[in-house]
Design a protein around this ligand. Sequence first.
Ligand SMILES: CCCCCCCC/C=C\CCCCCCCC(=O)N[C@@H](CO)[C@H](O)/C=C/CCCCCCCCCCCCC
Ligand SMILES: O=c1ccn([C@@H]2O[C@H](COP(=O)(O)OP(=O)(O)O[C@H]3OC[C@@H](O)[C@H](O)[C@H]3O)[C@@H](O)[C@H]2O)c(=O)[nH]1
Length: 447
Amino acid sequence: MSHLPTPLYGFAIFFMIFWFGTWCVHLIALCYGKYKLHKKSCKLPTESSPLPGVSILKPLLGVDPNLQHNLETFFTMDYPLYELLFCVEDKHDPAIKLVEQLLDKYPQIDAQLFVGGSNVGVNPKINNIHPGYMAAKYDFVMISDSGIKMKNDTLLDMVQNMSERHALVHQMPFTSDRDGFPATFEKIFFGTVQSRIYLSADALGINCHTGMSCLLRKAVIDQLGGLRSFGCYLAEDFFIAKRVTELGWKMRISNQPALQNSGLCDIVSFQARLIRWAKLRVAMVPTTILLEPLSECMVLGALAAWSASLLFAWDTLVFFLVHTLCWFLSDWLLLSIVQHGSIPFHKFEFVIGWLFRELTSPYLFLHALWNPAIRWRARTFKLHWGGVAYELPLPHAGDEDALTAPLQPAPTLTTTSPATGTTLSTGKGLGVGTGTLLATKQRLLIS
Ligand SMILES: CCCCCCCC/C=C\CCCCCCCC(=O)N[C@@H](CO)[C@H](O)/C=C/CCCCCCCCCCCCC
Ligand SMILES: O=c1ccn([C@@H]2O[C@H](COP(=O)(O)OP(=O)(O)O[C@H]3OC[C@@H](O)[C@H](O)[C@H]3O)[C@@H](O)[C@H]2O)c(=O)[nH]1
């Protein structure tokens, strides 16, 4: 042992410390998950402190088989004061018809539809919801992605987590119970690796905000320049949390994890989404280039096994197998805590799904590093280091201009139809050049 070069010992000590730290992360996630998740709040509204009104922004793009059901859960929530602000960018989007049917079905719910979006930046989700944000009338704004399904008391739970020190309450991403291996794989991903990082980050006050379902103090966002000031980033969620906490406000997760319930569930699109998120993280927090692969079960297990054999002469294979088995059991325990009820698949499916995730994850990460262009629905973007994004023009045969000319929006003009409650704001997507119309058509086909 003594004739081995000193740097090797340095690496071995570093890997053993990192391995130990990662097991602390497992432990924090399990304890904090058990303590925090699915806890019923006992704080009830009183006459002197009634529940605040909430403006809920729903960015929509295309229709999937579960969209109607998911949107309907927003019309039937147990919450006394809220408005629903549905936002659709394209006037030909089939989501418009669906929303109009729901507005007719629930006339007692305060709801509006905004069509046309705006052009306040590069982020298409921010562009889409900006008209809704400008019209929001309550002090709290919720941004909720199209695939989110609410329980009757989810909004109440989020509001009750918003203490006077907090300006941001977000739901930890998870999934509803759906059939098929892709759904199993998604649940395993969100209930294990993602929950582990999300819960420990929240417990330690580290920004890990994923903006699929979040409640914000509107005054704080306005103080930061409004939603438009986050339009230059693709990962608006990360930067909203960063700026809010820099002002001295706190953020935290709510007791209920977010139920993603998209009707389109397949492995390839899910992996594409994970690759897109990894590209965002790499550009925003470059240390993740090292941290993420290192904190993978198999990679870390192999490195720690090698270190243990070097430092303590322990058997490499036994160390690796015990490490992997403990990691697997810890993940099963965490998934059970997050699910808080019966797991909708067999233990054998968990083994397959877990192995599939563990083995494919390094490949997905390398894929993200290899090609930094970010495809989100029909658009493609690139990020500068730090996170500011720019859109790559859509190439199209016979439309050479689209390659060189950026999409030019017309000035925004807003009109409201009193009959339907539909607001049409002619911005990006309406009255624009060929490149945009082609882009729009393609976007509808893809979504
Ligand atoms: C000694 C142990 C160290 C453990 C290191 C863990 C390394 C980090 C590994 C994975 C990061 C996963 C992050 C999961 C959530 C991200 C989901 C996501 O990408 N969402 C984006 C799209 O909505 C969003 O814009 C990004 C938000 C957050 C990015 C934060 C990246 C930094 C994460 C570092 C967290 C370390 C937590 C360690 C806890 C001790
Ligand atoms: O071009 C687009 C793309 C997306 N969206 C809307 O944005 C929401 C999220 O879109 P997707 O489901 O495609 O993407 P993700 O679930 O990966 O989003 C996530 O990652 C990127 C972050 O900026 C988001 O805040 C986060 O929700 C949906 O409600 C969708 O309708 C638009 O309005 N326009």
